[in-house]
Write a protein that binds this ligand. Structure first.
Ligand code: CO8
Length: 258
């Protein structure tokens, strides 16, 4: 267990489990959580022994948004000057795979943080929303972009303009999450999926993640070329030789990450 003011971090073999831990504020995201998340994600990315990460919250809330009390008195100059919450880009841009396991409220910045994950798993108790309009503002951590890419224009407009919540069934149907599981099984299911990913060749895992992310950033022909060149590149790794050799010899691959 590591020492963070706002997080509980433990390892399960090659999987890092990070729990948001501000129960008194339903895990509202403040400067302290951001600082701790940046540290914990950087430590995960730098640790060769860790190959997948699960981020979760509590039963009641993944995170109920950015901390309204912290933002209440901040004006434009203060926020713009400090690039307030710009640091979340460091969480999103971690190179290794990570999963958001969402139970309870994932609202505003909480929903936006979950959408930064490579894969989102929801408990049947999950409630997603971008209610910022009710505070006289709008999403500010990527929600207008990532929600729209995930669920399409009409549902994204519905969410941001009405500020309503979406339950887990609707979220799965709308492709916001990859699956819904009973709340009691959420962390175990996420850890199981993470262990599967952690068992893959590490460079291949990073390459697969990069390819899918490039699909959001570029045109089809360029994306396909990027994919083919990365595939070509993976063919220079020891793990490619091992993986294909292991298949032919009918045994599991043993990865070195080289
Ligand atoms: N910020 C601060 N405190 C919060 C937040 C929050 N987002 N959400 C809940 N809390 C606190 C409450 O104030 C309360 O504290 P206290 O006991 O001291 O009064 C405690 O958590 C428990 O909350 P409730 O009593 O309200 O619990 P309920 O079960 O009655 O309601 C809800 C749960 C529905 C989740 C309700 O708390 C709620 O509506 N919360 C706010 C949701 C929201 O509006 N989220 C969006 C925030 S804005 C945002 O996320 C912008 C992100 C972009 C930032 C970009 C910067 C560049």
């Amino acid at each position: 267990m590591s020492d963070y003011e706002t997080l509980l971090v433990e390892t399960h073999g090659a999987v890092t489990l990070v729990r948001l831990n501000r129960p008194q504020a339903l895990n509202a995201l403040n400067t302290a959580i951001l600082r701790d998340l940046i540290d914990a994600f950087a430590a995960y990315d730098a640790d060769d022994g860790q190959r997948c990460l699960v981020l979760t919250g509590s039963e009641k809330a993944f995170a109920a948004g950015a901390d309204i009390k912290e933002m209440q008195d901040q004006g434009f100059a203060q926020m713009y000057g400090a690039n307030f919450f710009g640091g979340f880009e460091k969480v999103w841009s971690v190179r290794k795979p990570w999963i958001a396991a969402v139970g309870g409220f994932a609202l505003g910045g909480g929903c936006e943080l979950a959408m930064m994950a490579d894969i989102m798993i929801a408990a049947d108790t999950a409630r997603f929303g971008q209610p910022e309009i009710k505070l006289g503002v709008a999403p500010g951590m990527g929600g207008s972009q990532r929600l729209t890419r995930a669920v399409g224009k009409s549902k994204a407009m519905d969410m941001v303009l009405t500020g309503r919540m979406m339950d887990a069934v609707e979220a799965e149907k709308a492709n916001l999450c990859s699956k819904v599981v009973p709340a009691a099984d959420l962390v175990d299911e996420a850890l199981k999926m993470a262990a599967t990913i952690a068992g893959m060749a590490p460079l291949a895992a990073i390459a697969n993640k990069e390819m899918v992310n490039v699909a959001f950033e570029t045109g089809l022909a360029t994306g396909i070329l990027f994919e083919r060149r990365l595939f070509n590149g993976l063919c220079a790794t020891e793990d490619k030789k091992e993986g294909m050799g292991a298949f032919v010899e009918k045994r599991p691959g043993v990865w070195t990450g080289r």
